[in-house]
Design a protein around this ligand. Structure first.
Ligand code: UD2
Ligand code: MN
Length: 556
């Protein structure tokens, strides 16, 4: 049984300065903290347009340096107004929604930053102030997570001191985003906490849907649709269509997916919230008392990573719901690559797995053998929290909240590195073309490294599939009669039949028989591109046609 959460009256704690005259119209109540300066359509990047500067010489060099430093083109960002407007991206039906501003809860927007560039940080702040109704926004809490860049010291404090409703606090050591957010939350006075990253741009009307939903359902944790702001051109990319929801793969990496039909069927309209198994992590609103009830964050998590899945599992397993509101759009700059070290992410993921995933954590460890060796600290208190709140188990979460995820079987002896008796120390290896695109490339043979990941394969005897299922959705090996190479394609769904060219039989003697071509998989070191690879050859007794799974290798 769940512990009961009693939300009380959400908007009771903070009475706002709302005009009581009932004749006061909607538009007046909607008034943001600040109005934007007049529109200048000729300004760079205005309305979310892409900025393309044909730079040469010294200026080009400055631009490149800015990218190197922040992994974001801050040379371009610095030339775009901090107050730029964006094109409408939401479903037009969102425009017709009306809110009772007098009864909506208030919010504090908490933004933590570590060594962020000036213009991306300040554009975030101005965008919140210029899109959030004054009556709903209590404050913007900026938390400096011990940055060392000069512009974030005196100059930032001075700039902020001229802005209404913006507070700045500083960590006295590097806390990491979890404890930095909690520091911000600890001084927040609004009914609802709204977290944003420090390189965001909010759309008009982004806040009301989040607060409205929490007013109606205090145990709902609501995310805006996260649109992409291009790190190089600052083009605002987003569309009014159905947003994507969050999932994860068995490396415990967050993934995006289209909304499943079952969820589309549950929703009553296009402006209804969309349930999501997980959140990306940075942008969400939660009732402050519910956040406390749920155990805020795992403060044993450092720097970056893992907290998003941890909080997602916790919300669902402990009786809340995680949703995306299609009428709330916020842009986020995804950097070219990570701008700072994220080495703690592994330990954070292990903490999440250890507390919330029960026996399913083994699926994670199989694919990341080194995670088992990671020192993840003490999770006793988090397990106590789980027991105290009477949370449901991970099996329930998978079956009820994320039924579309492929749960690998991982039968003993049927997963891990796929090695060869003839070409010893070489293993099946697959390097997907992209993080979100897994298909089409050739499987190769590469020295066995024991790190799981790209060398992790699983054999399913009931479907005769050789699966690359570290990613989600899973991939399956396909044998090509003409080229004789093996490639990876998305597996068929469990209810669909397995195509003949994806069927392999792993026999007692270690041979791997491809059903369609009636050939066997053989390790070959001379291929057309010089890379060793498994290929289809007439079956023989040769050691190069004998395969075996090894769970661990190279790892103690
Ligand atoms: C995503 C999330 C991010 C977080 C992360 C997993 C979105 C859009 N972003 O990565 O919020 O959940 O996944 O952990 O969903 N920061 C600190 N101290 C640190 C490190 C970061 O304050 O030690 C700040 C940082 O300045 C930023 C926020 O935390 O405001 C998130 O960091 P990020 O932008 O580097 O993460 P991101 O967007 O790649
Ligand atoms: Mn970010």
């Amino acid at each position: 049984m769940f512990q009961k959460y009693n939300p009380g009256d959400l908007s009771e704690t903070t009475r706002r300065d709302v005009p009581t005259d009932s004749a006061v119209d909607h538009d007046l109540l909607k008034k943001p903290v600040y109005d934007r300066p007049p529109l200048d359509l000729n300004a760079l990047g205005e309305m979310g347009r892409a900025v393309k500067l044909d730079l040469v010489g010294e200026e080009k060099q400055k631009e490149e340096e800015s990218i190197k430093k922040h992994q974001i083109n801050t040379y371009v960002s610095d030339r775009i107004s901090l107050h730029r407007r964006l094109q409408e991206r939401w479903n037009p039906l969102c425009r017709d929604l009306r809110y009772d501003y007098r009864s909506l809860p208030t919010t504090s927007v908490v933004i933590t930053f570590y060594n962020e560039a000036w213009s991306t940080l300040l554009r975030t702040v101005h965008s919140v102030l210029e899109t959030s109704p004054d009556v709903l926004l209590r404050e913007v809490v900026l938390v400096d997570d011990y940055s060392d860049r000069e512009h974030l010291k005196e100059p930032l404090a001075n700039y902020i001191s001229n802005l209404k409703k913006v507070r700045l606090i500083r960590a006295t050591k590097r806390e990491g985003l979890v404890r930095a957010r909690l520091l911000g939350a600890s001084i927040a006075t609004g009914d609802v906490l709204t977290f944003l990253d420090c390189h965001c741009e909010c759309h008009d009307g982004w806040l009301e849907p989040l607060l409205h939903r929490i007013k109606k359902e205090p145990t709902a944790v609501v995310c805006p649709v996260i649109d992409v702001v291009d790190w190089n051109t600052f083009q605002y990319l987003g569309n009014a269509g159905e947003p994507q929801i969050g999932g994860f793969d068995w490396r415990l990496v967050f993934t995006w997916h289209s909304v499943p039909e079952s969820e589309q069927g549950r929703r009553r309209s296009a402006v209804d919230v969309i349930r999501s198994p997980t959140m990306a992590g940075g942008l969400f609103a939660i009732s402050k008392t519910y956040f406390q009830y749920l155990g805020t964050y795992d403060t044993g998590m450092e720097v970056w990573g893992g907290e998003n899945l941890e909080v997602s599992f916790r919300i669902w397993q402990c009786g809340g719901s995680l949703e995306i509101h299609p009428c709330s759009h916020v842009g986020h700059v995804f950097p070219k690559k990570a701008p700072y070290s994220r080495s703690k992410a592994l330990a954070n993921s292990v903490r999440a797995a250890e507390v919330w995933m029960d026996e399913y954590k083994e699926l994670y460890y199989h694919r990341n053998p080194h995670a088992r060796l990671e020192a993840f600290g003490d999770v006793t208190d988090r397990r106590k929290l789980r027991a105290h709140l009477g949370c449901k188990d991970f099996k329930w979460f998978l079956e009820n909240i994320y039924p579309d995820i492929h749960v690998p079987e991982d039968r003993p002896g049927m997963f891990g590195m796929l090695g060869n008796r003839g070409m010893t120390n070489y293993c099946f290896d697959y390097n997907p073309p992209g993080d979100h695109n897994m298909e089409g490339h050739r499987i190769i043979l590469y020295p066995c490294h024991g790190m799981g990941q790209n060398q992790f394969f699983e054999y399913s005897s009931d479907r005769s599939e050789l699966r690359y299922n570290t990613r989600e959705p899973p991939g399956c090996a396909v044998g090509d009669a003409v080229s004789t190479y093996l490639t990876v394609h998305l597996c068929k769904k469990p209810q669909q039949p397995v195509p003949e060219d994806q069927k392999f039989i792993l026999r007692e003697d270690g041979s791997l028989y491809h059903v369609m071509t009636q050939k066997c998989v053989q390790a070959v070191d001379q291929t057309d591109n010089g890379t060793p690879a498994p290929v289809l050859r007439p079956c023989s007794d040769h050691a190069h046609q004998k395969w075996f799974f090894e769970e661990k290798g190279g790892v103690a």
